[in-house]
Ligand binder design. Structure first.
Ligand SMILES: *[C@@H]1O[C@H](CO)[C@@H](O)[C@H](O)[C@H]1NC(C)=O
Ligand SMILES: *[C@@H]1O[C@H](CO)[C@@H](O)[C@H](O)[C@H]1NC(C)=O
Ligand SMILES: *[C@@H]1O[C@H](CO)[C@@H](O)[C@H](O)[C@H]1NC(C)=O
Ligand SMILES: *[C@@H]1O[C@H](CO)[C@@H](O)[C@H](O)[C@H]1NC(C)=O
Ligand SMILES: *[C@@H]1O[C@H](CO)[C@@H](O)[C@H](O)[C@H]1NC(C)=O
Ligand SMILES: *[C@@H]1O[C@H](CO)[C@@H](O)[C@H](O)[C@H]1NC(C)=O
Length: 319
């Protein structure tokens, strides 16, 4: 009971006492008052860029989604660096006040992070070209040709999936049966992947992180979610087996052909050898070499099994 009384007493005094205002905000005393409105606008453009970057962070796709925010931010940053005709109360320019006057400049640190850690680290220049005209507060935006081409191929594949998903959805048995979709839309997917791979392996030509993550997620969707890779893996395994088998048949045929050609004049020698030495040594060596060959074939096949993705670096089998 006592405790409740004391508690409510404290509560009432807390409400009735005048709120103390924070000590360092009053305007007439603000040395940098005239610069305040520029900092406030800077805060808005910076925070819009931050919000956009965070919103588009899984997967990171800042270049193609936040270029407008980035442009506004950069243009305004230029302005804050050229506030040479606006002064604080002690006659320093507002640019000096914002960037040099104090031990820390939050706005400058945030600008650096947005530019270096987000825009440049995403290699946005590879996808979108911003042509700056800072003094006139203007900038042109243009996407690079390879980015547009990638997008076209991506949309082609997505259209294919959308088209056939709606068709397959009508058929209850076929719903969630990935394999049908996989074979129907394999061509656009392969084209997309081939284009990406071509750019990826060309030296000095690059995609921005946006495209890389899009391709990455697309592959994961195709391979791991829809299981389209498994089917292709099986096809590739089958092709591998066929090639190995054909090679073996060819080698065997060549071996017999060669021994037939050579054999014509040597039958007598063979006969004589067979009389002189125990043939078992020869035969067992032949046998064991045949065995190890077969072992190799058996071992090589499971090794390229379903754990490896169909879209790894292509490995050419030289057998
Ligand atoms: C945030 O991202 C989602 C998709 O990831 C998008 O639909 C939405 O428009 C974005 N919001 C903003 C404010 O950019
Ligand atoms: C600032 O400059 C103005 C004119 O340029 C001058 O009248 C004023 O005295 C200066 N103030 C200080 C604190 O230097
Ligand atoms: C620069 O242009 C943007 C729009 O593109 C506008 O919002 C801003 O007020 C302009 N700044 C100046 C100083 O004219
Ligand atoms: C998807 O369907 C539309 C209309 O039915 C058609 O115009 C388009 O070519 C189709 N796209 C693909 C990739 O099949
Ligand atoms: C998926 O479709 C393929 C070919 O259309 C068929 O062979 C397979 O049995 C189907 N699988 C399921 C689970 O419906
Ligand atoms: C693609 O995905 C893999 C694994 O999920 C990851 O290790 C790699 O960093 C990703 N690449 C990009 C460019 O995001």
């Amino acid at each position: 009971m006592k405790r409740i009384l004391i508690g409510s007493l404290l509560y009432i005094t807390a409400i009735c006492l005048p709120q103390e205002s924070a000590p360092i905000t009053d305007d007439p005393w603000d040395l940098d008052g005239p610069c305040q409105k520029y900092v406030e606008k800077f805060a808005v453009v910076q925070s819009e860029m931050v919000a956009c970057a965070t919103n588009w962070s899984i997967p990171p796709k800042v270049c193609t989604n936040c270029y407008n925010n980035y442009r506004d931010f950069k243009l305004y940053e230029y302005e804050t660096k050229h506030l040479d005709t606006v002064y604080s109360l002690d006659n320093r320019t507002c640019s000096q006040v914002i960037y040099d006057n104090y031990l820390l400049s939050y706005s400058s640190d945030i600008s650096t992070a947005l530019t270096a850690k987000i825009w440049e680290k995403s290699r946005c220049d590879s996808c979108v070209t911003l042509t700056w005209d800072f003094p006139h507060n203007k900038s042109d935006v243009a996407f690079t040709q390879r980015t547009l081409q990638f997008q076209n191929l991506l949309y082609e594949w997505r259209n294919c999936v959308v088209n056939y998903t709606s068709i397959l959805d009508d058929d209850v048995d076929q719903r969630n049966n990935g394999s049908k979709l996989c074979s129907l839309c394999k061509t656009p997917f392969d084209e997309l992947y081939a284009y990406y791979w071509k750019i990826y392996t060309t030296p000095d030509v690059d995609f921005c992180v946006d495209v890389e993550t899009t391709m990455n997620d697309t592959i994961h969707l195709w391979d791991d979610v829809w299981k389209c890779a498994e089917k292709q893996d099986r096809n590739r395994d089958l092709a591998g087996i066929m090639i190995t088998f054909a090679t073996l048949v060819l080698l065997t045929a060549l071996f017999y052909a060669a021994s037939y050609i050579q054999g014509g004049g040597q039958t007598r020698n063979l006969v004589r050898y067979s009389r002189l030495s125990d043939p078992r040594g020869q035969r067992s060596r032949l046998l064991s070499s045949g065995m190890s060959d077969a072992d190799l074939v058996h071992r090589a096949l499971p090794a390229q099994g379903p754990s490896s993705s169909a879209y790894d670096v292509p490995i050419h089998q030289t057998r």
